[in-house]
Design a protein around this ligand. Sequence first.
Ligand code: FAD
Length: 470
Amino acid sequence: SSGSDENDVVVIGGGPGGYVAAIKAAQLGLKTTCIEKRGTLGGTCLNVGCIPSKALLHSSHMYHEAQHSFASHGVKFSSVEVDLPAMMGQKDKAVANLTRGIEGLFKKNKVNYVKGYGKFLSPSEVSVDTVEGGNTVVKGKNIIIATGSDVKSLPGLTIDEKRIVSSTGALALTEVPKKLVVIGAGYIGLEMGSVWGRLGSEVTVVEFGPDIVPAMDGEVRKQFQRSLEKQKMKFMLKTKVVSVETVGNGVKLTLEPAAGGDQTTLEADVVLVSAGRIPFTSGLGLDKIGVETDKAGRILVNERFVTNVPGVHAIGDVIPGPMLAHKAEEDGVACVEFIAGKEGHVDYDLVPGVVYTHPEVASVGKTEEQVKALGVDYRVGKFPFLANSRAKAIDDAEGIVKVLAEKETDKILGVHIMSPNAGELIHEAVLALHYGASSEDIARTCHAHPTMSEALKEAAMATYDKPIHI
Ligand code: FAD
């Protein structure tokens, strides 16, 4: 079906970048085919990333609350236990429903879907080894590479997805490990560490750098780390992993201080390797058509998402920028708008970042460290959730809002929130930054009471005046 007739747009990869680009292209009237090798749509995010991790974060949080919070709310029962297969089943059901949902959206928007592994024959022809075992050639005036990213392993270590796992294995463990060691204190490691910690694992996070989630505002990060430590997560920062070997039924890690020094060992039942992700382009035949990449293997594009090869575009995790699903989606829409002769735009300074632990941490714009480095005079407004009535009412009041605004103009430069549901609360700030709002704009906007969002209003007030409730 896709073989001989030429497409306006061919998308390689059906993740949040690729499938959104394909739907948008079809909506703009372009004849579109999307090629995906996995057998299901949604990419890393839907199949082995954002969605299954959030399913398990929610389920494990419910268990944790049942154990530690329900009684103080007057909800008592004699025992509570984890049914891990059922928990995994609910996660798998959510994933299956959502991937089928995207197939439905493809049909609705008349996106042609080819299941198979794509590789370039020329800048306008992609050969696909189909999932069914055949081969077909898909032609397009424009090709969009949206092949995403893959787990980065560490030298001398073999991920078996049973005892030495990537995030993919950590989303599908068949029993709760007694001891879990997480290598890498980025958001993926902390989220998966939280899941298993809540279900009963002793979790130790080993990190080479001096800080967990280094991109986070320093002050918020300190509170966040304390919060995770209260949840019994242990941190070994400035620590290098020298080797990881399976021994008997377990795993032995050899560690040494990042700055050099005596080695120590650490035992674990399961080790999660979450030390970053790398762009995925293997088997794609980039060299065949001469597409340029940087040292990290990321495909280089101009501001219209076009590579050095005319007609060949790239978006999402496979190009430079934050490796996040919503960023990939924005890339996809803008890329296709350019192809359709319209103007596309992504503001990379305003891509929100969220860590979906409990409490969550969400941020947009600049950290205090970044503002300082810019050398602009600024003000800081803070408000703790301990003084927020809704948070107190539900007895879930750990966290803070921090607003950074330019001193002279009061223009908001960055907002950082640590709280339950911070990932939802942040969007008011994202919108404010998009509109170039001042902190007074937020402070003078009527917020419903009692809501967690009032904490943002008060923090905004605190940047140029006094907050009311503290
Ligand atoms: P991908 O989602 O990686 O999709 C690329 C697709 O292309 C894949 O399905 C792959 O099979 C296919 N493909 C590759 N090569 C070929 C080929 N040659 N032919 C055909 N098909 C091919 N981001 C967030 O924003 N929020 C989160 O909460 C979040 N949580 C995460 C949790 C985990 C555990 C992980 C691993 C990631 C998480 N991410 C999260 C990151 C997010 O998953 C990625 O940023 C996002 O999936 C990138 O989208 P993409 O479309 O660029 O690539």
